[in-house]
Design a protein around this ligand. Structure first.
Ligand code: HEM
Length: 458
């Protein structure tokens, strides 16, 4: 636990894995982050110390310390060096911006994520989910991870950018995500910084794929400039003036980088979470049945709408429980900009701190039967666990996910719409494992066979 001011922090370093000569624990983290984070918590408790290539790293696994780091009332932390690996993808976008620049971007983008605006996206989400379901047949084999990725990408591009992506553009975006994952993996290699300067396969593939992703974004920007303000987020980026600040507009580079950030953040995470959800539902047939029964009861024969969301309590619980088990970010990193005290230890300026969501979300001190997948535990709503920081799949403080309300609505509506039409059975010969390239995804996808339920959405 974080100490109070009257406690004297220990100047000794917390214990932790020894790691290897020069690279420290980087390879162990890179090879299997889940095992690395869990075994640190098990062996060393709420705080563990190790190094990544000489950089001091502290893993914290207690909600009080997570709050100190993420809510950060003293402004002691920045996103830091570890997240710089995302820079080639998201550039100067909001995700990695700091201080006043971040505040300005957040202020300018916030209106697009206001609950009133998010409400308008519900119909689009349901339309895309129903189109997907209508394209499926009883007995069909699908990769649920790819299906969820496609549907969430279609939703993000329609709702945020008012654009329909062509098949080619869809695959260009998906290829850019895969190429970035490969590049990111290379960047976390002990020789990663050096490798970036060589035309390795990962570097060249990512460079080419990024060009095609940028072409998709530029096409959308050109169209919005021609069409004028249509009220979507892209319009806001293209035509916005910072009314509360200096009245400046976003530059072209900023619009591009924000659009890439939103397109990526707006579909990768929700797509992966829904893929995990359907994989888990296949293993939990009673949960799948309850989910479908709730959708039948609430929706009858009609399509889901925004007004149904508060009634789809169980569906929201399935989404919440999925994010507890499989948070998109296993650990959120920060870098201390001054000396701080965490779990009773002095943490010097410059240190990296990893807030281990994966560990906190499964800690029996905070969760009753943490290994049980129980959507019912969320019936009172997710708020309590959020304030206590025993649950932080969307982060916390001023950097909390801007798309959180969007994600809850999308997750709830898609689960209800899909689960009442089809039940997916996971292929037994494909074990469920995690692949944590840059978000936590099911390794090798989720091959499934679909069985139609009798009732289909219109
Ligand atoms: C299940 C779905 C999602 C999860 C688990 C998730 C998770 C997160 C997390 C953990 C952060 C904070 C990162 C940090 O503190 O370092 C974040 C930030 C962000 N997310 Fe999400 N996200 C999801 C969906 C979305 C959606 C749908 C959008 C957009 C439509 C979005 C846009 C963003 C943006 C722009 C930021 C940066 C905010 C800032 O720095 O001020 N996310 N997300």
């Amino acid at each position: 636990m974080a100490e109070t001011l009257t406690d004297t922090p220990r100047s000794t370093r917390p214990s932790g894995p020894k790691g290897r000569f020069l690279s420290g624990s980087l390879s162990d983290f890179r090879d299997d982050p889940i095992r690395f984070l869990s075994s640190n918590q098990e062996a060393y408790g709420d705080i563990a110390f190790f190094r990544f290539l000489g950089l001091p790293v502290y893993q914290v696994s207690h909600p009080d310390d997570v709050r100190t780091v993420l809510v950060d009332p003293e402004g002691a932390f920045t996103k830091g060096e570890i997240l710089e690996g995302f820079r080639p993808l998201v550039g100067k976008g909001i995700l990695l911006s700091e201080g006043d620049v971040h505040k300005r971007k957040r202020r300018m983008m916030q209106p697009a994520f206001h609950p009133k605006r998010v409400k308008e996206y519900a119909a689009e989400m349901v339309r895309e989910a129903e189109a997907l379901v209508a394209s499926w047949e009883h007995g069909q084999e699908v990769d649920m991870a790819a299906e969820m990725n496609r549907v969430t990408l279609a939703i993000a591009s329609r709702t945020l950018f008012g654009a329909e992506l062509t098949e080619r553009e869809m695959s260009d975006v998906a290829a850019a995500m895969r190429a970035f994952a490969g590049w990111y993996h290379q960047s976390t290699h002990p020789l990663g910084r050096l490798l970036q300067h060589f035309p390795t396969e990962a570097t060249v593939t990512f460079r080419e794929a990024k060009k095609r992703l940028s072409a998709v974004i530029h096409r959308m920007m050109r169209e919005r400039r021609k069409s004028g303000d249509t009220g979507d987020i892209l319009s806001m980026l293209v035509f916005a003036k910072d009314a509360d600040g200096d009245g400046a507009a976003f530059t072209d580079e900023e619009i591009h980088d924000e659009a890439v950030t939103l397109l990526v953040a707006g579909h990768e995470t929700t797509g992966a979470t829904l893929a995990w959800a359907f994989a888990r539902l296949s293993d939990e047939p009673e949960v799948a049945e309850k989910l479908a029964a709730e959708a039948d009861r609430v929706l009858g024969d009609r399509s889901a709408s925004f007004e149904d969301v508060p009634k789809l309590v169980y569906a929201e619980g399935v989404f919440a429980e999925t994010l507890r088990f499989y948070p998109s970010a296993l650990a959120l990193p920060r870098q201390a900009q001054k000396d701080v005290v965490l779990a009773g230890h002095e943490v010097p300026k410059g240190s990296i701190v990893l807030t281990a969501a994966y560990c906190v979300h499964r800690d029996p001190r905070f969760w009753d039967e943490p290994e049980a997948f129980r959507p019912e535990r969320w019936e009172g709503g997710v708020r309590k666990a959020r304030t206590k920081m025993t649950y932080f799949p969307f982060g916390g403080g001023s950097r909390v996910c801007i798309g959180e309300a969007f994600a809850w609505m999308e997750g709830t509506l898609l689960l209800a719409t899909i689960a009442r039409a089809f039940v997916g059975k996971r292929h037994a010969n494909h074990p469920l494992a995690s692949e944590t390239l840059f978000t936590n995804r099911p390794k090798g996808g989720v091959p499934m066979t679909l069985a139609s339920r009798s009732r289909r959405p219109r």
